[in-house]
Design a protein around this ligand. Structure first.
Ligand code: AMP
Length: 295
């Protein structure tokens, strides 16, 4: 495994690269969720590049940029064990050579109006910008992102389509603890007692999914979905979460119904820790036909 820290060196690599590449962007503090993306990359017969970069542009004032867990030595050991070709881990001045004020950015406004965007208005601009930079620097044939951050995935897919970025974006399923809690670097912020409550987020998402599956004729009924959302918020609040959002929306637009694929998405705080999770739900052909006939 080669470790590259300079943009110039990574760009020079492109000239001599003989194989297609897959990029897996991360912020480090690697866990089994990240490793699963690498395992997926291994099925593609490409060179694998993992980037580790805690991107200042996607953190707002008062968020956890300074305290975000940085564990580069342990990450390097994990990457050596799993086996990748290149670790790209630049310093901020390499990726933002003109500083963090007034830098050029990429924005995907169509998908940046709901869900996480409401409480983190700068977040997806930061993500779209850094992913564009990483794609430009590493020129991969494929890039892999986790379903766990499904709005991020939607933004990146849309951005690549709109900007004609020639990378195929692949997704990978969410890896969870046995308890159901989605693995996340931010889980390390949870106290012991919070860690015991945290799996309830997935439990409540699962409950909403089961409710929709039990009443498939109402899966595109906004009023019914609103009532499920309210019920879920109440349950989470009782467990001790502070709700950011709990929303059932079209997976494509992140907004309007009808949709043939829904996502049940939630963000909630336990103490200072913000957890996000989601479940995707494909509606059956039969149900879709019913919905079309009703119109
Ligand atoms: P992060 O380091 O948190 O920015 O995540 C880097 C990539 O790993 C993103 O594409 C995430 O969606 C993905 N990821 C994070 N947690 C998980 C998980 N539990 N399962 C699968 N992928 C994940």
């Amino acid at each position: 495994m080669r470790i590259i820290t300079r943009v110039g060196e990574m760009l020079a690599e492109n000239i001599t690269a003989s194989k297609k590449r897959t990029l897996i962007p991360t912020m480090g503090n690697l866990h089994e969720g990240h490793i699963s993306l690498i395992e997926q990359a291994k099925t593609l017969d490409t060179e694998i590049i993992v980037s580790i970069f805690v991107n200042p542009a996607q953190f707002s004032e008062g968020e956890d940029l300074d305290t975000y867990p940085r564990t580069l030595d342990a990450d390097i050991q994990k990457l050596k064990t799993v086996g990748i070709d290149i670790l790209f881990t630049p310093q901020p001045h390499e990726l933002y050579p003109f500083g963090m004020e007034n830098f050029s950015y990429v924005h995907t406004p169509s998908l940046d109006r709901t869900l996480c965007s409401l409480s983190r208005p700068a977040f997806f601009k930061g993500v779209a910008t850094i992913v564009t930079k990483l794609l430009n620097i590493t020129r991969p044939h494929y890039a892999i992102f986790g379903d766990k951050d499904f709005q991020q995935l939607a933004v990146i897919r849309r951005m690549c389509l709109e900007l004609f970025i020639p990378t195929t974006i692949l997704s990978s399923p969410t890896i969870r603890e046995k308890s159901g809690l989605a693995l996340s670097s931010r889980n390390s912020y949870l106290s012991k007692s919070e860690h015991l409550i945290a799996p309830k987020l997935y439990e409540v998402l699962t409950q909403a999914k089961q409710d929709i599956e039990r009443s498939p004729g109402r899966a595109n009924d906004r009023q019914y979905l609103n009532s499920l959302e309210e019920h879920a918020k109440l349950a989470l609040t009782e467990y001790g979460f502070k709700i950011d959002y709990f929303s059932i929306v079209s997976i494509e637009s992140l907004l309007e119904l009808p949709a043939n694929q829904l996502v049940i998405a939630a963000a909630a705080y336990l103490g200072p820790t913000r957890l996000i999770d989601n479940i995707q739900l494909k509606l059956s052909e039969k149900l879709l036909t019913l919905n079309i006939l009703k119109k």
